[in-house]
Ligand binder design. Structure first.
Ligand code: UT7
Length: 337
C-alpha cells in the first residue's frame, strides 16, 4: 500500500475499573475534608481504588479484551501494544506482560510515560506507525493506579485521584484518515508543579564510588499552578489543532478532556464556546484516573450510544511534565467510533 494513503481509525474501545469505591464521605474519615468541599471544587463524588492484589496489567487486560472484542479482531492479530502509564507494575515496563496475558504473541509491546497526557501521546504515536504502513492493528491502553502513590494524609491531593484502565484498538483504514489533526507540547520548566519524584541518599560502595539508593515519593502538586496551566494551555492547543484540521468549534460534536477537575472542563469549554451538552464528563464517578481518564470516558460514551459513528471528537490530555496534547478524530463510515 502507498504509505501516504494509509489512514487511521479507532475501531474498538473498552474500560475497566476496580470494584472497590471510596466516596467523599469515606474520605472525610481519613483527612479533614467534606463532600461539600470536594464536590464544589472538583466535581468528584467517588473514586475506584485498586485492591492490593490488583495490577495495572490486570486492569489493562480487562479493558483491552473489551476493545479487541468490539473491533472484531483476535489478540493474535495485534502488531503493536502501547501501554500509557506512569504506575507500571514493573519499572522496566508492563506492556510485555500485558502482551503475554492477552496472548498477543505477534505484537511488539512497550510502555509510554507522559502522565495524564499519556493516552493522547499514545494515540498520536500509534497513528504514526499506521500512517507509515508499518503496522495495521494497534492496541493502546491507558492505565494507572495512582492510589499507590498518593499521600493519604495530604488532603490537597488524595481527594483527586482514582484508579482505572481504558483501551482502544486502532487500525489501518484505507485512504480516509480519521485523525484530523493533532498538537503535542511539553514544558519541563514547570516540572516541579506535579511530581512523583525519586528521592534518595548516597550509598558508598567502596571509597570514592557512591550510588543512589531511594524510592519514589508520593505525589506532590501545586494545584493552583496546574489549574492555571490547564485553563490557559488546553484552549490554545485545541484552537491550534482545530486550525490544522481546518475546522470550526461548532463542527466538533464532543469535547473529551482529561478528567481532572470539573472546573477545568467548564472553564475550557467556556473559553472555546462549547455548550455544556457537548462536554463529556464522568469525574463524579472516578476522579482523576490519569492516563485512563480519556479512554474510560470515551468507552462509556460509545457504549451508552452518546458518541455515534461519524461524530467529531476533540480530545485533550494535560498533566505532569508538564505535558499537554490535543487530537481531533472522527468516525465516519464503517468503523464503530
Ligand atoms: O492531571 C492534572 C492533575 N491536577 C489537577 O488537575 C489539579 C488542578 N488544580 C485544582 O484542581 C485545584 O487547585 C484544587 C482542587 C486541587 C484545589 O482547589 P483550590 O481552589 O486551588 O484550593 P487551594 O489549594 O487554594 O486551597 C484552598 C483552601 C486551603 O485552606 P486555607 O489555606 O485557605 O485555609 C486548603 O488548605 O482549601 C483547603 N483545602 C481543603 N479543604 C478541605 C485543600 N484541600 C482541601 C480538601 N478539603 N480536600
Amino acid at each position: 500500500m502507498n504509505q501516504s494513503s494509509v489512514g487511521v481509525a479507532i475501531t474498538g474501545s473498552g474500560s475497566a475499573t476496580p470494584k472497590v469505591t471510596l466516596d467523599n464521605q469515606g474520605l472525610s474519615k481519613i483527612v479533614e475534608t467534606s463532600d461539600e468541599w470536594i464536590s464544589s471544587r472538583t466535581g468528584i463524588k467517588t473514586r475506584c481504588l485498586a485492591s492490593p492484589t490488583e495490577s495495572v496489567t490486570d486492569m489493562g487486560a480487562a479493558a483491552a479484551r473489551e476493545a479487541i472484542a468490539m473491533a472484531e479482531i483476535t489478540p493474535a492479530e495485534l502488531d503493536l501494544i502501547i501501554l500509557a502509564t506512569s504506575t507500571a507494575d514493573d519499572l522496566f515496563g508492563s506492556a510485555s506482560l500485558l502482551q503475554e496475558v492477552l496472548g498477543a504473541s505477534k505484537a511488539v509491546a512497550f510502555d509510554l510515560t507522559a502522565a495524564c497526557s499519556g493516552f493522547i501521546f499514545g494515540l498520536v504515536t500509534a497513528a504514526q506507525f499506521i500512517r507509515t504502513g508499518t503496522y495495521q492493528n494497534i492496541l493502546l491502553v491507558g492505565a494507572d493506579i495512582l492510589s499507590r502513590w498518593v499521600d493519604w494524609s495530604d488532603r490537597r491531593t488524595c481527594v483527586l485521584f482514582g484508579d482505572g484502565a481504558g483501551a482502544v484498538v486502532m487500525q489501518a483504514h484505507g485512504p480516509s484518515d480519521r485523525l484530523l489533526g493533532f498538537e503535542l507540547r511539553s514544558d519541563g520548566s514547570q516540572n516541579d508543579c506535579l511530581q512523583l519524584a525519586y528521592q534518595s541518599e548516597a550509598k558508598e560502595l567502596i571509597p570514592g564510588v557512591s550510588v543512589s539508593k531511594g524510592t519514589y515519593q508520593p505525589i506532590t502538586m501545586n494545584g493552583k499552578e496546574v489549574y492555571r496551566f490547564a485553563v490557559q494551555r488546553v484552549p490554545e492547543v485545541l484552537s491550534k489543532a482545530l486550525f490544522k484540521a481546518n475546522m470550526r468549534t461548532d463542527e466538533v460534536d464532543w469535547l473529551l478532556l482529561h478528567q481532572a477537575n470539573q472546573r477545568i472542563l467548564d472553564a475550557v469549554a467556556q473559553r472555546l464556546q462549547f455548550p455544556d451538552h457537548k462536554v463529556l464528563s464522568n469525574l463524579a464517578n472516578y476522579g482523576n484516573t490519569s492516563a485512563a481518564s480519556i479512554p474510560i470516558a470515551l468507552d462509556e460514551a460509545v457504549r451508552s450510544g452518546r458518541i455515534k459513528s461519524g461524530d467529531v471528537i476533540a480530545a485533550s490530555g494535560f498533566g505532569a511534565g508538564l505535558t499537554w496534547g490535543q487530537r481531533f478524530s472522527n468516525g465516519e463510515g464503517d468503523c464503530q467510533i
